[in-house]
Design a protein around this ligand. Structure first.
Ligand code: ATP
Length: 134
């Protein structure tokens, strides 16, 4: 059994896609362990995206993820990290395969609706940031 940290980014909340996206994870058999809607500040964004803070694309990404409520959750299941990244699809919505969240619902490289931890180490780090004590 594995856990992963998922974000439904502000575009998902603004577009009213929270229920539809959660359904995809639940229908696949993943279990919601924790879930909370939050508005985050820049410091929280910097902690989450520590590996990207120096990148050219980071300032607009920071503005985007702090632009309104997002939903943070922890999902649990067999191979949850890889399964969630498969359900999410490729980073750039324009290139993501049909049938994935991004491939069906996004046309953007930045406003791509979801985040999923990319490794067991990232999942542990991110779960500690978003849900300390879990
Ligand atoms: P996530 O980590 O959100 O699941 P990912 O692992 O597919 O996405 P990363 O390369 O870790 O993608 O980038 C993190 C986030 O930064 C992306 O989800 C996207 O919102 C944004 N991003 C990445 N590359 C670009 C880019 N070239 N231009 C704009 N935004 C980008």
């Amino acid at each position: 059994m594995q856990r992963t940290l998922v974000l439904l980014k502000p575009d998902a909340v603004r577009r009213g896609l929270v229920g539809a996206i959660l359904s995809r994870f639940e229908q696949r058999g993943l279990r919601i362990v924790a879930l909370e809607q939050r508005v985050i500040d820049g410091a929280q964004a910097d902690r989450h995206y520590a590996e990207h803070v120096e990148r050219d694309f980071y300032p607009p990404l920071r503005d985007f993820v702090t632009s309104g409520p997002l939903v943070a959750l922890v999902l649990e299941g067999d191979s949850a990290i890889e399964v969630v990244r498969g359900i999410n699809g490729a980073t750039d919505g324009r290139k993501a395969a049909p049938g994935t969240i991004r491939g069906d619902l996004s046309l953007s490289n930045r406003e791509n609706l979801v985040h999923g931890s990319d490794s067991p180490e990232s999942a542990e780090r991110e779960i500690a940031i978003w849900f300390p004590g879990l």
